[in-house]
Write a protein that binds this ligand. Structure first.
Ligand code: COA
Ligand code: ZN
Length: 320
C-alpha cells in the first residue's frame, strides 16, 4: 500500500457528536473533553458550532466553551459555521479556523440549513469575507458528497460544482463529508481521482461516518490517493440531526490505532486518547461504538489457559 508517513486528525466529537446527544452536556464537561483531547496531542479540534440555538440546542453554549478551554499552543481550534452570523460569532470567540457547511444535494441542504445550495453558497461568500478580514482560514465542508439520504446518488458534476464554488471564493481547504455512511472505498477513490487533479493546491479532508462499517476502508482509499487530513470522533460519537439514519463518525482511537499499527504517525498519544474515550463514555452515560476501548490494542496479551503452559514448555523443548 502507498500510505503517507503522517496523517493529521481533526477531532469532531465535541461538535458532530455532542450536537446529537439526547441530554444536554454541561459546558464544563465539553471544556474538559476538549482540553483532554488537546493534551492527548490531537492537532486539530472542531470544538463546537455557531449555528442557530433553535436548530441545535445542544451547542447553544458555543461562546462559553470557546472562552473556557485552555488553548494549547500548536492545537488548532475550529468551529462549524453555516452563515455570516455564525462566522461573526466564531471570529469573536477566537476560533483558529472556520469550517463551513453546505450539502452537495439540494434536499439535505434544505433540511439542514433551510437554504438552497445556491443560497448557502451566497451566504458562504459573506462568511469568507468575515474570515478573511479576521485572518482566519475558512475550510469548505461539503455534506452528502458521496450520497444523500433523501436523493440517493449525488452526481459527481454536482459535487464538483460546489467544490468549484468554494475554490472560486478563495477556499484553500475542502472537506468532503460522507454524512450518512453511504460511500464505499472504490467510490471514494474515483471521486478523489476526479477532483484532486482538477483543483491543484487544495488541501483535502475526508469526513466519514461509520454507519455501514465502511469508514476505515474509505479512509484507506483516500490515504492511498494522498489525502492526509481526516476527521474522526472520540469513541465514534456523532450524527446529523437533519439526516435520517446518520450515526457516528469513524472512531478516533480506532483510527489512530489502525494508523499507528501501519507505521503512520499522527502525533497523538493513543493511550491518552483511549482514556479520553472512557471519560466521554462516562459523560454520555453509555458505551460508545469504538472497538479499541473494549478490545485493547493489538499488542494486548492474555495469560495462557490452564494446562497450556506446561504443554507449551514441553512442545518447545521437544523442538529444541
Ligand atoms: N447563530 C445563532 N443564531 C442564528 C444563526 C447563527 N449562526 N443564524 C441565524 N440565527 C438566528 C437568527 O438571528 C434568527 O433569530 P430570531 O428568530 O431570534 O430572530 C433565527 O436564527 C432565524 O434566522 P434565519 O436566518 O431565518 O435562519 P433559519 O431559521 O432559516 O435557519 C440556520 C438557518 C442555518 C441558522 C439553521 O438552520 C441552522 O443553524 N442550522 C444548523 C444545522 C446544523 O448545525 N446541522 C448539523 C451540522 S451538519
Ligand atoms: Zn458529520
Amino acid at each position: 500500500m502507498r500510505l503517507p508517513e503522517r496523517v493529521t486528525i481533526c477531532e469532531v466529537g465535541t461538535r458532530d457528536g455532542f450536537q446529537i446527544e439526547p441530554e444536554f452536556i454541561d459546558t464544563d464537561q465539553k471544556v474538559e473533553v476538549v482540553d483532554l483531547l488537546a493534551a492527548a496531542g490531537v492537532p486539530r479540534i472542531e470544538v463546537t458550532s455557531f449555528v442557530s440555538p433553535k436548530a441545535v440546542p445542544q451547542l447553544r453554549d458555543a461562546e462559553q466553551v470557546m472562552a473556557r478551554i485552555a488553548r494549547r499552543p500548536g492545537t488548532r481550534y475550529a468551529a462549524l459555521v453555516p452563515n455570516d452570523k455564525g462566522a461573526s460569532r466564531a471570529v469573536d470567540a477566537g476560533v483558529d479556523a472556520i469550517h463551513t457547511v453546505v450539502s452537495a444535494s439540494e434536499s439535505h441542504n434544505l433540511a439542514n440549513v433551510n437554504m438552497t445550495v445556491a443560497e448557502s453558497l451566497t451566504k458562504l461568500r459573506g462568511v469568507m469575507q468575515i474570515a478573511e478580514r479576521a485572518h482566519v482560514p475558512m475550510h469548505g465542508g461539503i455534506s452528502t458528497s458521496f450520497g444523500c439520504p433523501f436523493e440517493g446518488d449525488v452526481p459527481l458534476a454536482r459535487l464538483e460544482s460546489v467544490v468549484k464554488a468554494f475554490v472560486d471564493m478563495g477556499a484553500r481547504a475542502i472537506a468532503l463529508a460522507d454524512t450518512t455512511g453511504m460511500a464505499n472505498p472504490r467510490q471514494v477513490a474515483s471521486v478523489l481521482e476526479h477532483l484532486i487533479p482538477r483543483f491543484p493546491g487544495i488541501e483535502w479532508t475526508l469526513h466519514t461516518h461509520d454507519t455501514r462499517a465502511m469508514a476505515i476502508p474509505n479512509i484507506l482509499a483516500a490515504l492511498e490517493l494522498g489525502v492526509t487530513n481526516i476527521d474522526a470522533s472520540i469513541g465514534g460519537l456523532g450524527g446529523c440531526p437533519f439526516a435520517p439514519g446518520a450515526s457516528g463518525n469513524v472512531c478516533s482511537e480506532d483510527l489512530v490505532h489502525c494508523l499507528h499499527a501501519m507505521g503512520v504517525e499522527t502525533g497523538i498519544d493513543l493511550d491518552k486518547l483511549v482514556g479520553v474515550s472512557r471519560r466521554v463514555q462516562e459523560i454520555v452515560g453509555r458505551p460508545l461504538p469504538g472497538q479499541i476501548v473494549k478490545a485493547g490494542k493489538s499488542d494486548r496479551r492474555y495469560p495462557l489457559p490452564d494446562g497450556v503452559a506446561s504443554r507449551l514448555i514441553s512442545a518447545r523443548s521437544g523442538r529444541a
